[in-house]
Write a protein that binds this ligand. Structure first.
Ligand code: NAD
Length: 291
């Protein structure tokens, strides 16, 4: 970690909104210098988020526009962060897309796009951030975004679930390779968190978004749907010096880090029933956000 009074330097991808934005705000409050990223179509939202971070924390976040599925853009983002902020200590590979729909409706283009953003994007973020961290010689934190769907397959979310399983394999393998450099690698695996992504997915699988969100809340052991700050609380710990001995955590045993926070709180049988009922009236098209 950085030797200055700052906690270090953190880049969070897909952070103009939702979970990424909450993580950026939280890490800035924790004392990190922050860089935020999203696709060009979200440039205005990124500027609004930059303003909000400054108002809430007094920190001016660096904006790095770019697509995480494009190698040169990820490389360029890391270079920009290093040049402007002086290095990189925490990489949160949060950007992702959530296509929903029956597996037999998935086209190869849709399959390739979801894997490009979710899996290739996470790989590129881990790769170029870790190369920089190794060169700096002061360790670091790589944090990925898997999902409850990365621990258990789900009806009408087969493509999304496949990408999130892949992120867990990547995270565990990276932890084994980078540990000797003082770099830890973990991923969060939330159940439903109330963001634009989950609302769109709820629409796709259940039709009435508010009804589906209410059902998620009822399925949760704590009686409410998660919010982005719940995930940011976990990432705050994973990014901190206190998580130094925790790495490769994405697994499904009862005591691993993400089950402590969110995943085991959800009753996946209930989720399967919801999907089952939707199968009787399936959505006709996959929904892939354009970037
Ligand atoms: P969101 O859709 O609100 O935000 C995702 C952001 O990623 C968007 O701003 C989007 O523009 C950006 N993005 C998409 N493609 C990109 C690309 N190629 N390059 C850069 N940025 C890109 O979603 P969210 O709910 O905040 O989810 C954040 C992460 O958490 C995702 O990886 C998601 O799969 C994961 N997750 C979310 C939930 C949930 O219930 N919301 C649950 C489990 C996991």
């Amino acid at each position: 970690m950085s030797a200055s009074t700052s906690e270090g330097i953190a880049l969070i991808t897909g952070s103009s909104q939702g979970i990424g934005k909450a993580i950026a705000i939280r890490l800035a409050s924790d004392g990190f210098e922050i860089a935020i990223n999203d696709i060009p179509a979200k440039s205005l939202t990124l500027e609004a988020t930059q303003k909000e971070i400054q108002e809430l924390t007094g920190k001016r976040a660096l904006i790095c526009v770019g697509d995480v599925s494009v190698e040169e853009e990820v490389k360029g983002m890391i270079e920009e962060v290093v040049k402007s902020l002086g290095g990189i200590d925490v990489m949160v590979a949060n950007a992702g897309i959530c296509p929903c729909g029956p597996l037999n409706d998935v086209t190869l283009d849709e399959w390739e796009r979801a894997f490009a953003v979710n899996v290739r994007g996470t790989f590129l973020c881990y790769k170029y951030a870790s190369l920089q961290m190794i060169a700096q010689g002061r360790g670091g934190r790589l944090i990925g975004a898997s999902s409850g769907g990365g621990k258990q397959g789900q009806r009408l979310m087969g493509l999304y679930s496949s990408t999130k399983f892949a992120i867990r394999g990547l995270t565990q393998s990276a932890a084994l390779e980078y540990g000797k450099h003082g770099i830890t690698v973990n991923a969060y695996c939330p159940g439903p968190i109330d963001t634009e992504m989950v609302r769109k997915a709820a629409q796709d699988v259940g039709g009435d978004t508010e009804k589906v969100l209410k059902m998620y809340a009822q399925m949760s052991a704590v009686g409410r749907i998660g919010n982005p700050a719940d995930v940011a609380n976990l990432v705050s710990f994973l990014a901190s010096k206190h998580s130094e001995y925790l790495t490769g955590q994405t697994g499904s045993s009862k005591n691993d880090v993400e089950s402590l926070l969110i995943v085991q709180l959800y009753n996946f049988n209930g989720y399967a029933m919801l999907m089952e009922s939707r199968l009787r009236n399936p959505p006709t098209k996959l929904r892939l956000p354009s970037s």
